[in-house]
Design a protein around this ligand. Structure first.
Ligand code: NAD
Ligand code: TYD
Length: 342
């Protein structure tokens, strides 16, 4: 196991006002209070400073676009950044089918700008937060390892795969000290209610139909976002530059079982379940082999699904105000476009 550790003095977190980014910022401030931390976020529909409200005064914030070279250059220089954790992205598969171009722009061009400006600035560590979706779809057996072929199916996954390749070119060409993490599906507090778990939760709480794609038997491997944050911290501090680390918690669920679990916990009837037209190119199954990060960096998921999902459901029940705010306006337009003709 690698015991040497890197200790950053000033980190820049892109996408820190989104779901996983805000959970990471909270965890980092709790665990590493002495380190300077700056969040760079464009505050798209998915980014919300309310996600960080309890941390005010403990981090610096820049509202800006990762595709804008000048913004990134100034953020790195003015905050004397030595370490970048790159979460910012367009992140929802269904939106990438409705409007793919912004995915390539933000995820590929934005990552390239982050890399180039970080290289010129002399950043010492760069963690690129990627996804297991770059590997495509699995059959009923096996799991993705870091050696699995890159075979994305959605415009979202393709844009993340392309960004991973740009990162790898910087590692090889410039000896740039980047590392890539590829994590499975996250759940937990502050997830925007367009993704499976919070969407089904909010619909069930409001007695609305729960739109299950296809036969409901697509399988996802769920990890609590706090476990993902711990993995990113571990990679940043103990990972080997140039390496890829898969992150997962061996917790596979067919979608329909998650939906039924949510209904049961909320005491709502299964008659709310509505099978709708499938997502195009819908990946059948994801499963992650995390043995490399477990063996080399001593990381392991710690939050059991029973506890994690119960805590998450209770959190959403207590956050009706936040939900009402993030679901107003743009979200309803998206919802109609996505679900009205299915
Ligand atoms: P999210 O959509 O909740 O948050 C994305 C954040 O990025 C938002 O705060 C948004 O405002 C910001 N952003 C978007 N475009 C930007 C731009 N041009 N400039 C600056 N900021 C911008 O996403 P998430 O679910 O928190 O995912 C974060 C990262 O983790 C993504 O890179 C995603 O690919 C990856 N990931 C997500 C999951 C998952 O299950 N959600 C799993 C594995 C990896
Ligand atoms: P999602 O949360 O969008 O994550 P991803 O597609 O990146 O894995 O979807 C998780 C699973 O839930 C996926 O198989 C698609 C399915 N799904 C539905 O059945 N209905 C829905 O309304 C949504 C949003 C997802």
């Amino acid at each position: 196991m690698n015991t040497s550790t890197f200790s950053p003095s000033s980190i820049l977190v892109t996408g820190g006002a989104g779901f996983i980014g805000s959970n990471f910022v909270r965890a980092w401030i709790e665990e590493r209070p002495a380190c300077r931390i700056t969040v760079l976020d464009k505050l798209t529909y998915a980014g919300n400073l309310e996600n960080l409200a309890d941390l005010e005064g403990k981090y610096s914030f820049i509202k800006g676009d990762i595709c804008d070279e000048e913004t990134v250059r100034r953020a790195l220089a003015e905050h004397e950044v030595d370490t970048v954790i790159h979460f910012a992205a367009e992140s929802h598969v269904d939106r990438s089918i409705l409007g793919p171009m912004v995915f390539t722009h933000t995820n590929v061009m934005g990552t390239h700008v982050m890399l180039e400006e970080s290289r010129k600035h002399g950043v010492k560590r760069f963690v690129h937060v990627s996804t297991d979706e770059v590997y495509g779809s699995l059959g009923p057996e096996g799991s993705f390892t870091e050696q699995s072929p890159i075979d994305p199916t959605s415009p979202y996954a393709a844009s993340k795969a392309a960004s991973d390749l740009v990162v790898q070119s910087y590692i090889k060409t410039f000896d740039f000290p980047a590392m890539i993490t590829r994590c499975s599906n996250n759940y937990g507090p502050w997830q925007f209610p367009e993704k499976l778990i919070p969407l089904m939760l909010t619909n069930a709480m409001n007695d609305r139909a729960l739109p299950v794609y296809g036969d409901g038997m697509n399988v996802r491997d769920w990890i609590h976002t706090r476990d993902h944050s711990r993995a990113v911290m571990r990679v940043l501090e103990a990972g080997t530059p140039g390496e890829v680390y898969n992150v997962g918690s061996s917790n596979e669920w067919p979608n329909i079982d998650i939906v039924k679990l949510i209904l049961k916990t909320l005491g709502k009837p299964e008659s709310l379940i509505t099978y709708v037209k499938d997502r195009p190119a819908h990946d059948r199954r994801y499963a992650i082999d995390s043995s490399k990060i477990e063996r080399e960096l001593g990381w392991k998921a710690e939050i059991g699904f029973d506890d994690g999902i119960a805590e998450t459901i209770a959190w959403y029940q207590s956050k009706q105000d936040w939900l009402a705010r993030v679901m107003s306006g743009e979200y309803m337009e998206y919802y109609d476009k996505q679900y009205s003709e299915r």
